[in-house]
Design a protein. Structure first.
Lengths: 369, 549
C-alpha cells in the first residue's frame, strides 16, 4: 500500500520518499561544496559534511508533535533528514525500547520521563552523549551524571480547580492538606496510579510531601469521598466540572488552563480553571541516543538541536509542556495563564522504580478495596 | 490428465493453503510465540504460571474476565437474534440502511462510547446521586458490550438465516405448529452454526475488551487483557504478562474448539432458499425489534451526534465542529479530515487482505470435510479465530520482537498497520463464510460438475453466489474493525503523517478545551458515517451477487 499522499500533500512519507533521491543529489553537491569550503577556510565542518544526506530516526510517544518547519530547519542546518516514528504512551515507548535494546528501531528516543527514567537506564538502552548545548539548561533538570539522557522539556502535574465553583466559601484549595478538610468533601477526582501517568505523578507528590504518612493521607482522602477513574479523559471530562461532572477539583496539568483558553468555545480572556501550585509534581522529559543506533552522529546532532531555541520555542503550543532552555520564549497564552510551581515535588527516579509496585499495590488496598 | 496439468492443479490447490498458513505463521504465531518465550525464559514457565494461577487476585481476574464475557454474549444474542430474524425474513423499507447503521458502534473508540453512555446515565439520572447508579458498575460494561456487538449477531446470523429455505418454516406453520414451535424446532437447529460462530466472536471481543472495562467499569475492575497491559507496559514485568497471555490463549483456544465443533456438527446441508420465497412486508414483532434497536444502538449514537453539534459552553447548536475538521491545529500532525482519509487508506487494503486470506482459508476449511486435508482445515478453522481473543499488547510487542529477523526489517514499514488490522479482520470473514458454505448441498456442486463445470466454475457459480452476502458481511466487519482499531495501531511505531482517525480522537480528547472536544465528537460522527456508507455499499454488492437457486 502506498502512503495516503492525497490527504497529506506537504508532509507525506510518499512525497518524501520521492523527494529523497533529489535531496540526496542536493546533499551530495552540498557535501562537495562543504569540503571545498573547509579546504579554503580550514574550519571544522567535516563532521556535518559526513552526516549530510543521512537520515536520523526519532522514536517518540504518541503525544510528541512539532511544527513541520522545526524539523525542516534541522535538515536545512545539518543536511540530515528526520524520520519520526511515534507509538503508544510513555510507558509503552519505554517497554518497546527496553525489549529491543541493542537492536533499536531508531537512533534517538524522546519521551522518557523521570518516573520511567531508571527503567530505561537499567535496560542499557542509551549511549552516553553530552551535548554542548546542555550548558544553557539549568542544572536541576539533569538527572544522569553519565549523560545517557538529556532533558528536553518539563511539565507539572497539579491539582486543577473550577474557578466558578469556589466563588464563596470554601476558597479554592491551596495545599494538599486542604483536600482532607471536610469542607472539600466529595470535590476531588484523581486517576488510578496503576493505569494513568498523572495519577502516578499525584501519588508520588503525596509521598514526597508526607513521607511515610502518605498512607494516612490517602485514607483521609478516601474518607473525604475521593473519586477514582482509570484515565485522565474520564476524570477531566467525566467527573470534573469541565465536562459536566460535579467534582470541581481534578488532577491535571499546570498547562491545562492555557489549553482551556486557546481551545475555548466561545473565546475567553481568562481560563475557567486554576492551578494549585503547592500540589505539583514535576515531570521532566528526556531524550537519548539509543545504543546500537545506525546513525549515532545524526542522533547526537538531533539531541543538540533539541536544545536550540528553534526546537524549544515550538514545544509549548504543540505538546503543552515547558521548554528547559532558559532563553526559550514562551507563547503569550502560557505567559498569561500558566503557572510554574516554584518548588515542585520530585522523587529520585531510582527510588520511584524500586518502590513503585509496592506503593501502587498499597494504594489500591487503601483507596479501592 | 497430462502430468503438467495435474501438477498445475496441485500447485493451484496448495498455493492458497500455503499462503494462508505462511501469513498467519509470520504475523500471528511467530510474534505471539516470541513474546511468550521471551517473557517465560527467565524464571521458567512452570514457576511463572504457578505464581499467576496461585494468586487469588489473578484467579478472580480470570474468573471475572470469563463470566462477564459469557454474560455479554448471552445478552447480545438474546437481544439481537429477533432482529436478525426480522432482517432475514421480512422485507421492509430502509432495511439495508438499518443493517449498515448497526455496524457503526464497531468503529467508535471506547472513550467516546463511554462518554455517550455516561451522557445517557446523566440524562436518566443513573450517574450517581439517584437511587440507581450505573456508573462504574458491571452493568455499564455489559450494556456497552451489547452495544458494540449487536451487529455481529444481527449480521452474521441474519446472513445465514436469509440463506436458509423459508419454505420449510411455512410448511411447518401450515401443518399447525405455533410460531414459537417453528422457531424452536425448525429455525433454531438450522441456525446453530452461525449462532455459534457469532457467539464466539462476541465472546472473544468481550473477553479481550480493554477500554470498556477500564473506563466504564472503573478502576476497581480488571480483566486478563487490562492486566496484560498493566504488567507488560506499566510494570515491565514481562514474565507475568506472558503467563497471563498463555492463560488467555488457552481459554480462547478452548472456547474456539468447542464453538467450532458445535458449528461443524450442526451444519445441515440444504437447498438454498430463493429470496423470492420470503417477501413479507411486515411481521409480528417488527415494531418491537426496531424500537429495541433504537434504544440500544440509537440512543448512545444520538448523544454523540448531539454533542458534535453543540456549540461549546455558549449553548445552542452549530456546524462549526465539522468545518473545523478541515483546519489544522497544533496538536495534530494533520487535519482531522486527513486522519479520516488515512483511516480509509488503511481500511481498504486491510479489508481486502482479510478477505483474500480469510476467503482462501474458508475454502480450505469447508473442503476439509470433503476430500481436502482435514488437519489443515481444522488448524485454519481454529487458528484463524484466535487473533480476536489475543491482546493487542502481546501482538504489538511480538511484531517488534521478531519482525526484524527476516531479510528486511519490516518493523517500521507502513504495511504493518494494515497487516495488523487484517489479522483481526480475518476471523470475521472466516466465521461468517464457513457456516454459510457448509449449508450448500454437495449435490448442487455434484450436479454442476456432472453438467461439465470445472471446479473453478463450480466455486464461482455455486459457492461464491451462496456466500455473496456473507462475503459482504465479513468484508464489512473487516473494514469497520480496521477503521476503528486503536490498541494495536497505537502500539505500532508509525510516522505521524499516517495518523488515523481513532488516534486523532484520542489526541483531541487528551488536552483540555471545548473546541477540541467538539471536534473529537464531530470526528467520531464522521467515522460512523463513513462506516455506514461503506458497509451499505458492500451490502448492495452482496445482495446483487446473491445466488438464486
Amino acid at each position: 500500500m502506498d502512503q495516503p499522499s492525497a490527504q497529506v500533500p506537504a508532509h507525506s512519507g510518499a512525497s518524501r520518499h520521492r523527494a529523497r533521491g533529489l535531496a540526496r543529489a542536493v546533499a551530495a553537491a552540498a557535501a562537495v561544496l562543504a569540503v571545498v569550503a573547509a579546504a579554503c577556510s580550514g574550519d571544522r565542518s567535516e563532521d556535518s559534511g559526513d552526516l549530510s544526506g543521512t537520515t536520523v530516526t526519532l522514536l517518540t510517544h504518541d503525544s510528541f508533535y512539532l511544527s513541520p518547519e522545526t524539523f525542516e530547519a534541522f535538515t536545512l542546518q545539518t543536511g540530515i533528514e528526520v524520520d519520526h516514528l511515534a507509538s503508544g504512551d510513555a510507558g509503552a515507548l519505554v517497554a518497546q525500547a527496553c525489549l529491543t535494546a541493542g537492536e533499536p528501531l531508531g537512533d534517538v528516543l524522546f519521551g522518557i520521563d523521570n518516573t520511567f527514567l531508571q527503567r530505561g537506564l537499567d535496560c542499557d538502552m542509551f549511549e552516553p552523549y553530552q551535548s554542548p548545548n546542555l550548558a544553557a539548561v539549568p542544572d536541576h533538570f539533569e538527572f544522569d551524571g553519565e549523560h545517557r539522557v538529556t532533558p528536553v522539556d518539563f511539565g507539572d502535574v497539579c491539582l486543577n480547580y473550577w474557578v466558578d465553583a469556589f466563588d464563596g466559601s470554601p476558597p479554592p484549595p491551596s495545599s494538599l492538606d486542604d483536600l482532607i478538610d471536610p469542607a472539600y468533601a466529595g470535590m476531588l477526582v484523581v486517576q488510578s496510579p496503576e493505569t494513568s501517568s498523572p495519577g502516578l505523578a499525584f501519588l508520588l507528590a503525596t509521598i514526597a510531601r508526607y513521607g511515610d504518612g502518605w498512607e494516612d493521607y490517602w485514607a483521609g482522602l478516601r474518607d473525604n469521598g475521593v473519586a477514582v477513574t482509570a484515565g485522565w479523559e474520564d476524570a477531566y471530562y467525566g467527573e470534573f466540572t469541565a465536562g459536566g461532572g460535579d467534582r470541581p477539583i481534578v488532577v491535571s496539568y499546570a498547562s491545562s488552563p492555557p489549553a482551556e483558553v486557546i481551545y475555548a468555545d466561545p473565546p475567553v480572556d481568562e481560563p475557567p480553571t486554576g492551578v494549585v501550585t503547592a500540589s505539583c509534581y514535576r515531570q521532566i522529559e528526556f531524550a537519548g541516543v539509543l545504543a546500537g543506533a545506525g546513525n549515532p552522529g545524526g542522533a547526537q546532532a538531533l539531541i543538540d538541536f533539541m536544545l536550540t531555541e528553534t526546537f524549544q520555542n515550538d514545544v509549548p503550543l504543540n505538546m503543552f509542556v515547558f521548554p528547559v532552555l532558559e532563553s526559550a520564549t514562551l507563547p503569550p497564552e502560557f505567559v498569561a495563564h500558566a503557572q510554574i510551581a516554584d518548588d515542585p515535588f520530585m522523587l529520585d527516579p531510582a527510588e520511584v522504580e524500586a518502590q513503585r509496585n509496592a506503593w501502587t499495590d498499597r494504594w489500591v488496598e487503601i483507596v479501592l478495596r | 490428465m497430462p502430468v503438467a496439468t495435474r501438477l498445475a492443479r496441485g500447485v493451484a490447490g496448495v498455493l492458497p493453503v500455503a499462503a494462508v498458513g505462511g501469513f498467519m505463521a509470520l504475523f500471528f504465531v511467530w510474534p505471539i510465540g516470541g513474546v511468550i518465550a521471551r517473557g517465560l525464559s527467565g524464571t521458567g514457565p512452570a514457576a511463572v504460571l504457578g505464581d499467576v494461577l496461585g494468586s487469588a487476585a489473578q484467579r478472580s481476574v480470570i474468573w471475572f474476565t470469563v463470566w462477564q464475557a459469557a454474560v455479554s454474549t448471552v445478552l447480545t444474542v438474546a437481544v439481537a437474534l429477533p432482529a436478525a430474524g426480522a432482517m432475514a425474513r421480512l422485507n421492509f423499507r430502509g432495511q439495508r440502511l438499518l443493517r449498515a447503521l448497526a455496524t457503526v458502534p464497531f468503529v467508535l473508540p471506547t472513550v467516546v462510547v463511554a462518554a455517550a453512555f455516561e451522557g445517557l446515565f446523566d440524562r436518566f439520572g443513573l450517574a450517581g446521586g439517584g437511587a440507581v447508579s450505573l456508573r462504574h458498575t458491571v452493568w455499564a460494561i455489559l450494556m456497552a458490550h451489547v452495544f458494540f456487538n449487536y451487529a455481529v449477531v444481527l449480521r452474521t446470523v441474519g446472513a445465514h438465516w436469509s440463506a436458509l429455505d423459508a419454505r420449510v418454516e411455512d410448511q411447518a406453520r401450515v401443518l399447525g405448529a405455533s410460531r414459537l414451535e417453528v422457531f424452536r424446532r425448525v429455525v433454531l437447529p438450522r441456525l446453530t452454526p452461525s449462532i455459534a460462530a457469532a457467539s464466539a466472536i462476541v465472546f472473544l471481543f468481550s473477553f479481550t475488551s480493554f477500554g470498556v472495562v477500564l473506563v466504564l467499569g472503573g478502576p476497581t475492575r480488571a480483566t486478563i487483557e487490562t492486566e496484560i497491559y498493566r504488567y507488560a507496559v506499566v510494570r515491565l514485568d514481562l514474565a507475568t504478562a506472558a503467563a497471563l497471555a498463555v492463560v488467555q490463549l488457552v481459554a480462547v483456544i478452548a472456547l474456539v474448539v468447542v464453538s467450532n465443533a458445535l458449528e461443524r456438527r450442526r451444519a445441515v446441508a440444504e437447498p438454498v432458499s430463493s429470496p423470492a420465497a420470503a417477501p413479507r412486508r411486515r411481521g409480528p414483532g417488527l415494531v418491537a425489534n426496531l424500537a429495541l434497536m433504537a434504544v440500544i444502538l440509537g440512543l448512545p449514537v444520538a448523544v454523540l451526534v448531539e454533542r458534535s453539534l453543540s456549540a461549546g459552553r455558549s449553548g445552542g447548536y452549530t456546524l462549526r465542529n465539522y468545518t473545523a475538521m478541515a483546519e489544522r491545529i497544533n496538536l495534530l500532525p494533520d487535519t482531522a479530515l486527513a486522519a479520516l482519509g488515512n483511516s480509509l487508506m488503511f481500511a481498504v487494503p486491510a479489508a481486502a487482505l482479510a478477505l483474500a486470506v480469510g476467503g482462501a482459508a474458508t475454502l480450505a476449511i469447508v473442503r476439509a470435510g470433503r476430500g481436502g486435508s482435514r488437519p489443515i482445515g481444522r488448524a485454519f478453522d481454529i487458528g484463524l479465530t484466535l487473533p480476536l481473543g489475543t491482546s493487542a499488547v502481546t501482538v504489538g510487542l511480538g511484531f517488534l520482537l521478531v519482525l526484524n529477523r527476516g531479510p528486511i526489517d519490516i518493523r517500521t514499514s507502513v504495511l504493518v498497520v494494515p497487516i495488523a488490522h487484517a489479522v483481526v479482520g480475518i476471523p470475521f470473514v472466516v466465521r461468517t463464510l464457513v457456516p454459510m458454505l457448509r449449508t450448500v448441498n454437495p449435490r448442487i456442486r455434484e450436479a454442476a460438475a456432472v453438467l461439465g463445470a470445472s471446479p473453478r466454475r463450480v466455486r464461482r457459480e455455486v459457492d461464491l453466489r451462496v456466500a455473496a452476502r456473507g462475503t459482504a458481511v465479513g468484508a464489512g466487519f473487516a473494514f469497520a474493525v480496521s477503521l476503528g482499531e486503536f490498541g494495536a495501531t497505537s502500539f505500532i511505531p508509525r510516522r505521524p503523517e499516517t495518523l488515523t482517525a481513532p488516534l486523532a480522537l484520542f489526541r483531541l480528547l487528551g488536552t483540555p478545551g471545548e473546541t477540541l472536544r467538539g471536534q473529537a465528537m464531530a470526528l467520531a460522527v464522521a467515522l460512523m458515517a463513513l462506516t455506514a456508507v461503506a458497509v451499505f455499499v458492500m451490502d448492495l454488492w452482496g445482495d446483487a451477487r446473491r445466488g438464486v437457486f
